[in-house]
Ligand binder design. Sequence first.
Ligand code: PGA
Length: 248
Amino acid sequence: MRIKFIAGNWKMNLTKTSSIELARAIARAIPNNVEVGVAPPFVYIDAVASVIAGSKLLLGAQDVSCEPGGAFTGEICVPMLKDLGVRFCLSGHSERRHIRHESPDLVSKKAHVIYSAGLTLIHCVGETLQERDSNQTLNVVRSQLSELNPTIISDPNRLVIAYEPVWAIGTGRNATDQQAQEVHAFIRQTLGSMWNPDFASRVRIQYGGSLKPENAKGLLSQPDVDGGLIGGASLKADSFLAIVNAAV
Ligand code: PGA
């Protein structure tokens, strides 16, 4: 039985004050039987950590350096995140792949740095509109999953895959329930061949891309949809909590 995991990706939004208020409002309203996390901008992680201490809200990071520390101006390493109480971190978000041009090799390095440090890894995959239109969706997703090394990643509880079709992110246009389920089932099957079917059955697969209160119930009730990675709708307590409650 997979417990659903709803994570808010705040991206480069909010202020210190609004981050604290939002985290506090979410932390006090988390129902049972669902995992909930938020990934604030780096500079607000510490402030958020102090207001959610002792609550069930999991603290996350949106990105991390692939280096363990040292002379890398402007970067944040995984020991720093752990120091602040961060429990999960994203790798391969489409905005890093497509806007910041992170290569599959860099994404792969980051994924293994995150996992090897003991954090939960949310590895993001998903096709562009052009790739969907040319029937490349499953090939793209398979190749992005192949960035993960099964000899390093051995705990299915600390691996989460976020399927985020690029054309659905921030556009208001979500995948249909069937489109999401089709790719999620393919992801689970692929994980089964990379690891084994038992491992694959324990990995949570989140959907992301214009997930909002109005479409949450349908998407989250698909058999292979085990949660969501939420951008825009995670910036307000009401809409984020409505999605959280749709997952219970
Ligand atoms: P969105 O973003 O919910 O605003 O579409 C999702 C994401 O990028 O994780």
